[in-house]
Ligand binder design. Structure first.
Ligand code: AMP
Length: 524
């Protein structure tokens, strides 16, 4: 089993069709993609890289990302795509941990040499052109034999609670993820196209696999980033497009559509399907997205340890507004995806009754082989074949999973559990609120108290007393924030996740935090 066969198959079926676009400009046909990937595989082998060796990618989104992934797999290598926003020191730590020998980089992300590598290649250089030069007959370059359990992608966790861990994602995991897309997320045909708006080192990149399986086109925005106007325009020209987006990106698309007066029909010309996940999508936000852009959303919940595959909330469930439990369903992350079993467990992993809150556990062919070089962390996360996700939630009688929070984000105040997400959902329904993040701050009397960081909509002025009255009208007194911090932005990582650790650090030591980070979230 080797993911490189997916490319080989399409390059035989439709060699002349354009497979990859940079903006609206054709970058490669399926035949060219295969010829370049095979060329790269041959040269990587020639340079002494052996199946199982790691190759790092520290790049912004780039059309060559796809050629590098498939070229590396063709040679039987393990890819290590890293978050382009990481600090050089953090990437060097990953280089050392993964024992990566080569890295492919873009100048904007890695202007300097990274320590610990045998070779660093700028993907826009003549050196990269030579490595990726097409071979005349790609069929003559054998695809390396790989076992289903061999690692294909080493995915480094964001490491918000310590050092990142290298998740060993296998060939089988990614094949399963790709096939599952068609059952649980969306149908794809060769006429379709995926656009890479979110970083390809994460969910967006994983979804290259199902789209290659289906022979669809791949579009990398010329800006290499997220520009809603560019995405709508690309969709109108090459689409309708499918895309994977974190909730923050969805929010930007919706805001753009609203401001530009694009209704659901116009949105449908640009976007076929927007798959969202990776962080909580609040009810107020998805309702607005559906209202503005129409029924083109599907939610997935997964994590690096079971990439893109844990649950899905289907288009039909999001759209079934007459269902008696619709309100609860759109606040959920949907039902178990086809290849996995889902369980809510107590601390020992024993199954809890329907409706009870506990740790989300997942078992199936999408679940990682373990953490790279870390048997202790592997033993803690994988027990009897079950992945302990660290997420807390409950499942209803119909199988819909509602996530509460990561266990480490839970607030315990005066002995009562408070799930920040519940408070955030309420704050987001208050007039003038654009974003909200709730964390616990240490408190001598209560253990922890609820603190809300709130961002106003453009032009809106927020008032703490009004926010408090809004919360009091909708939630138990003990859950409501004891403090508000009115801020201009929330700290987020490159994948759109709010960094609650940074908010807690800021509360614990505001002066130090301000010195180290400036005070973008410190005012108020
Ligand atoms: P990562 O490993 O970087 O993909 O992060 C995975 C984590 O993101 C999960 O364990 C969840 O805490 C969170 N997450 C992923 N998808 C969702 C979702 N649809 N809703 C809420 N949180 C999510």
């Amino acid at each position: 089993m080797n993911l490189a066969h997916l490319l080989l198959r399409q390059s035989l079926l439709q060699p002349e069709s354009v497979a990859v676009f940079e903006g609206t400009a054709p970058h490669a046909t399926f035949g060219q993609w295969a010829a370049r990937a095979a060329g790269l595989a041959q040269r990587l082998r020639g340079a002494g890289l052996m199946p199982g060796d790691r190759v790092l990618m520290f790049m912004r989104n780039h059309p060559r990302y796809l050629e590098l992934l498939w070229g590396a797999w063709w040679a039987g290598l393990v890819v290590v795509p890293v978050n382009a926003k990481l600090h050089v020191r953090e990437v060097e730590w990953i280089v050392a941990n993964a024992q990566a020998r080569w890295a492919f980089v873009t100048q904007d992300v890695a202007p300097q040499a990274l320590a610990g590598l045998a070779r660093q290649v700028d993907v826009a250089s003549a050196e990269a052109d030579a490595l990726l030069a097409p071979v005349p007959d790609f069929m003559a370059v054998p695809v390396a034999a790989r076992e289903p359990g061999d690692v294909a992608w080493l995915f480094y966790t964001s490491g918000t609670t310590g050092r990142p861990k290298g998740v060993m994602i296998t060939q089988r995991n990614l094949m399963t993820m790709g096939l599952t897309y068609f059952v649980d997320v969306d149908a794809v045909t060769a006429g379709d196209a995926i656009v890479y708006a979110a970083p390809m080192s994460h969910g967006a990149g994983f979804y290259a696999i199902p789209h290659l399986m289906a022979g669809a086109r791949h579009v990398v925005p010329a800006s290499g980033g997220v520009d809603p106007a560019e995405l709508f325009a690309l969709g109108a020209q090459l689409g309708p497009l499918s895309t994977f987006a974190a909730p923050t990106i969805v929010k930007r698309l919706v805001e753009h559509a609203e401001q530009a007066g694009l209704d659901a029909a116009a949105s449908a010309r640009s976007f076929k399907t927007i798959v969202y996940g990776g962080a909580p999508m609040y009810v107020a936000d998805i309702q607005r997205a559906l209202r503005v852009m129409g029924p083109r959303f599907v939610q997935i919940y997964g994590q690096g340890e079971t990439p893109m595959v844990a649950t899905a909330l289907a288009r039909r469930h999001l759209g079934d507004t007459t269902h008696p439990r619709h309100a609860a369903r759109i606040a959920s992350v949907g039902v178990a995806q086809t290849p996995v079993q889902l369980r809510i467990g107590d601390a020992g992993g024993r199954e809890l009754p329907t409706g009870e809150v506990g740790e989300v556990m997942v078992r199936g062919d999408s679940v990682m082989a373990g953490y790279w070089g870390d048997p202790e962390a592997t033993a803690a996360a994988l027990r009897d074949g079950w992945l302990f996700t660290g997420d807390v939630g409950c499942v209803d009688a119909d199988g819909f999973l509602t996530l509460k929070d990561r266990s480490k984000d839970l607030i315990i105040s005066g002995g009562s559990n408070i799930y920040p997400r519940e408070v955030e959902e309420v704050l987001l329904t208050a007039p003038g609120v654009a974003e909200a993040a709730v964390v616990g701050a240490p408190d001598p009397e209560w253990g922890e108290v609820v603190v809300a960081f709130v961002v106003a909509r453009p032009g809106a002025v927020l008032d703490e007393r009004q926010l408090d009255a809004h919360c009091l009208a909708q939630m138990a007194r003990f859950k409501r924030p004891k403090q508000y911090r009115l801020v201009s932005a929330l700290p987020k990582n490159n994948y759109g996740k709010v960094l609650k650790t940074a908010l807690r650090e800021q509360l614990a030591d505001p002066l130090r935090w301000g010195r180290e980070h400036g005070t973008p979230t410190g005012a108020g």
